[in-house]
Write a protein that binds this ligand. Structure first.
Ligand code: NAD
Length: 296
């Protein structure tokens, strides 16, 4: 087993780093938060005092950071990963970031002869801890083949989506669709109720009819029909409305750059921004039901 540098030990990265340690790697873990480092060390990782220190001897570098600006700052520049990683090291960025930053960082890595993939994830904190994430991977076939065994130790579904940045493309397009379908599902359940049709009866019909979709059948935003859904727990997250808004903004940024028409994506972004403006974006993203039915 090898030596891995892991940078960014937050809600997601913490569990991922621990799974790599459990798989037998020496994981040198760094985060700006000492508490996050301590948690990882308590579960089998080694503490690093900086990114540079974590990189010493690492054959693989994994990052799990909040946004594009953090990824650029950790990878680029004289103290960055690209300049200081060992020859032949493999770089994996699993953060959800804008496509432009993802492609810029991979390009810089390749210019130094380093293989790199963007590998954002689907699945939340529980999936990160359980090692059951889905990875959407962009990069060359060579880089993907090198990354796959490590990703398999942190997840269960691993897709090669194409060239650098395509992992992020898959992620933002999927989440834009999820955000839109959730709002549509809320509208349908809210209207049904106002017209005298209860949630369970509407669910029984629509989940076997053409309105059926994941937001309804696995994550129903109306309390009742799906016992595990956040709607039954006052919309405790789950996947917060704030995180959904982040992804919706990334989708709109990408749509603008590509001159793609995404009118429903734009509308969905605006509605999640209202959750933010109301100070309720810490609710699960299905809590947008409260905005739709007037109970926010
Ligand atoms: P988080 O804020 O909990 O963790 C990010 C960590 O990065 C923090 O601990 C922070 O201290 C650290 N960090 C920031 N800058 C750093 C730097 N320069 N050096 C070292 N550490 C640094 O976020 P998270 O929930 O773990 O999410 C990470 C990424 O995964 C985000 O891009 C997010 O969009 C994506 N994601 C999250 C979820 C989820 O359910 N939480 C699901 C899918 C994808």
């Amino acid at each position: 087993m090898g030596t891995i540098a892991f940078i960014g030990l937050g809600n997601m990265g913490g569990g991922m780093a621990i799974n790599l340690a459990k798989a037998g790697h020496d994981v040198h873990a760094f985060d700006l938060s000492q508490e996050a480092v301590n948690n990882a060390v308590g579960a089998g990782c080694f503490a690093a005092g900086s990114t540079l220190e974590a990189l010493q001897g690492a054959e693989v570098v994994v990052t799990m950071l909040p946004a594009g600006q953090h990824v650029r700052s950790v990878y680029l520049g004289p103290d960055g990963i690209v300049e200081n990683a060992k020859d032949g090291a493999l770089l994996i960025d699993s953060s959800t970031i804008d496509i432009e930053s993802a492609r810029a960082v991979v390009e810089a890595a390749e210019a130094k002869g380093l293989a790199m993939v963007d590998a954002p994830v689907s699945g939340g904190v529980a999936a990160a801890a359980a090692g059951t994430l889905t990875f959407m991977v962009g990069g060359t076939k060579f880089a993907f083949d090198k990354a796959e065994p490590y990703l398999a130790q942190m997840g269960k579904n691993i897709f090669h989506a194409g060239d650098a940045g395509n992992g992020q493309v898959a992620k933002v397009c999927n989440n834009m669709l999820l955000g839109i379908s959730m709002i549509g599902t809320c509208e349908a359940f809210s209207l049904a109720e106002k017209l005298g049709l209860d949630a369970q009866t509407f669910f029984d019909i629509s989940s076997t009819a053409s309105g059926q979709n994941w937001s309804m059948t696995s994550y129903c935003p109306a309390p009742g029909p799906v016992p595990t859904s956040p709607a039954n727990h006052d919309y405790a997250a789950g996947f917060t409305a704030a995180m959904m808004l982040k992804d919706m903004r990334l989708a709109q940024q990408a749509a603008g750059a590509a001159k793609a028409a995404t009118p429903l994506g734009a509308q969905a972004e605006a509605l999640y921004a209202l959750m933010e403006a109301s100070g309720k974006d810490n609710l699960d993203f299905s809590g947008i039901m409260k905005l739709i039915n007037g109970t926010l």
